[in-house]
Design a protein around this ligand. Sequence first.
Ligand SMILES: N[C@@H](CCC(=O)N[C@@H](CS)C(=O)NCC(=O)O)C(=O)O
Length: 218
Amino acid sequence: MLTIYGVYRSRAIRPLWVLEECKAPFTHVPVIQAYRLAGTPAADGPLNTAMPEYLAINPLGQVPAMRDGALLLTESLAICLHIARKYGGPLGPASDDEASVMEQWALFAATAVEPAAIEILYTTRDGNADTPTGQGIIRLAAEKLKRPLSRLEQHLANHDWLLNRFTVADIMVAECLRYGQSYAALLSDYPKTARWLSAAQARPAFKTVWSKRNAEPE
Ligand SMILES: N[C@@H](CCC(=O)N[C@@H](CS)C(=O)NCC(=O)O)C(=O)O
């Protein structure tokens, strides 16, 4: 049985969304980020990323991780690609070329989108979005996202999804871009990207994992 380690309020939501789309059975172990348990001794609190038993699974001390038989993976997007390819049917690749295109979008998400988008998330989460410093950080992050957003906008001008159907590629890019969504103006110049992101987030599987995320304590 496939096991996912990581609470929904983490990057574990990415493979959990993939699993919800393909309805594959799995065991969920809700490991929480140790930094969210300030003051709680790691050995006494809930299962967390600083505990030796979790560090034995992921020495980086981060979630998600995935076990599938003898296979252990620790990068959220690699886990998404694995699940989609093995269990996802049309969510995964139908050919080697499609697998390469999906890998391309995974790397695009991780390198061109996530680093700047997460600056927006952290600035908002830390309550600094309305301070002059926070506004400066968000403006700069939005600037860094212009080229990847233009690339997406161009692609989505004649595609509904990143491939010729909804796939794991959409989940990976949408999840990284979601980090920037607290800045409402981010997508105002990119209507096709905004429409694509709304369509991805309107999927029943996303709504299910999002409500499970919101049911977890902040
Ligand atoms: N590149 C990794 C990043 C994983 C990551 O940063 N996970 C966060 C939660 S979203 C975490 O576990 N943070 C705890 C820590 O860094 O101490 C991935 O995509 O899986």
